[in-house]
Design a protein around this ligand. Structure first.
Ligand code: NDP
Length: 333
């Protein structure tokens, strides 16, 4: 499969180009930037044969089968719709769009085009999370009662920019990290949050956008979920806990782009370290995407997963702004 990169981004440079190239038979054929100088410099730095500044030019390349969209968030919708209209398979960054309705439009366009459309939610690809989810499925912690997600980190300097000062580009910790946590909780519990209540603050780093948020989610089954995201916590560490009637899972330092951290199962029998596969998260996503294109299964996170994670994040933001509990609007999904 030959890929076009829509966006000369940090995430593509740090993770996705390597993940694509690690998959046998996959290559990166072109990159799109809005700036000629950046397109050329990025293509040269990453050994990409073609550097485009017009989306139509990249999409007209017949050799490109799939595109990876990692521009700033406000551009995802139109770029995805254009790629889908050109018949390309699409792996799109989260949040899929600036609104749930727009994200749904993208998913429906992909369905009509008959191509694969995926969301790059990497956490469900981590061996640690897959191992922890398997414990729940095997009944090792009994009936699940509650889940707590700790994703308060220090946003690295080189990732600040639009994330901390540009609401129009989709800045703020809620579209950046809460979407990932929403996807992770849905992945673990196989159900969709129904209602949320939240508080958010801009505690110094965020300029016009929130940099920290805490929320509590109502799940249809009655499981209680609590989630904390921040850009301002240098030493908090990340993780999650799932507590059940017969045991608890403690996953530490697992809200990461790398296959790191520990998973511990605690039951009446004592504490057990849980082993897990250490495959790269993005490599796992690319493999699942390739399989889906070949008609074998589904992407790790599909378009509807992206719509739903965004719906939860948007409800969290609305709740924080309005100071009241908000029902999650999945736009009919
Ligand atoms: P970047 O800020 O690195 O890139 C976003 C856009 O900014 C690029 O498309 C580029 O525009 C422009 N840009 C990049 N460098 C410069 C520069 N030096 N001067 C001016 N403009 C520049 O964003 P990220 O890679 O951090 O994030 C991109 C997307 O990926 C977001 O949607 C984000 O939410 C998502 N993301 C997802 C992660 C995941 O694990 N799933 C992790 C990190 C990000 P142009 O293309 O026009 O050159």
């Amino acid at each position: 499969m030959q890929w076009g990169l829509i966006g000369a981004s940090t995430i593509a440079a740090e993770y996705m180009i390597g993940a694509i190239r690690a998959h046998e038979g996959n290559s990166v054929d072109a990159v799109l930037s809005s700036s000629r100088a950046r397109a050329d410099a990025y293509a040269a730095a990453h050994d990409i044969p073609n550097a485009d500044t017009e989306l139509s030019v990249l999409l007209a390349r017949p050799e490109i089968d799939a595109v990876y969209i990692s521009t700033t968030n406000e551009k995802h919708r139109d770029q995805a719709l254009a790629a889908l209209a050109a018949g390309k398979h699409v792996l799109c960054e989260k949040p899929l769009a600036m609104s749930v309705a727009d994200a749904r439009t993208m998913v429906e366009a992909a369905r009509k085009a008959g191509v694969v459309f995926a969301t790059n939610h990497h956490l469900r690809c981590a061996g640690a999370h897959r191992a922890a989810k398997a414990l729940i499925a095997e009944g090792r912690i009994g009936k699940v009662l509650s889940m707590r997600v700790f994703h308060a980190v220090m946003l690295p300097e080189h990732l600040r920019g639009w994330r901390i000062d540009n609401p129009a580009a989709g800045g703020g910790v809620i579209p950046d990290i809460t979407v990932h946590d929403a996807d992770t909780v849905r992945f673990y519990l196989d159900e969709d949050p129904r209602r949320v209540v939240a508080q958010a603050v801009s505690s110094g780093l965020g300029q016009g956008v929130e940099d920290s948020v805490m929320s509590v989610w109502t799940m249809p089954s009655g499981i209680m979920v609590q989630s904390h995201e921040s850009f301002t916590h240098p030493f908090a560490g990340s993780g999650l806990e799932v507590h059940g009637s017969k045991g608890s899972i403690f996953a530490r330092n697992v809200m990461s782009q790398r296959p790191t951290g520990t998973v511990t199962l605690v039951t009446e029998a004592g504490e057990t370290d849980v082993p897990y596969e250490s495959e790269g998260l993005y490599e796992y996503a690319i493999t699942a995407f390739n399989r889906a294109v070949a008609g074998e299964g589904r992407p790790a996170a599909n378009g509807i997963d992206g719509v739903k994670s965004l719906a939860v994040a948007m409800a969290v933001r609305q709740s924080a702004l309005q100071g009241r509990a908000v029902d999650v609007n999945y736009e009919g999904y």
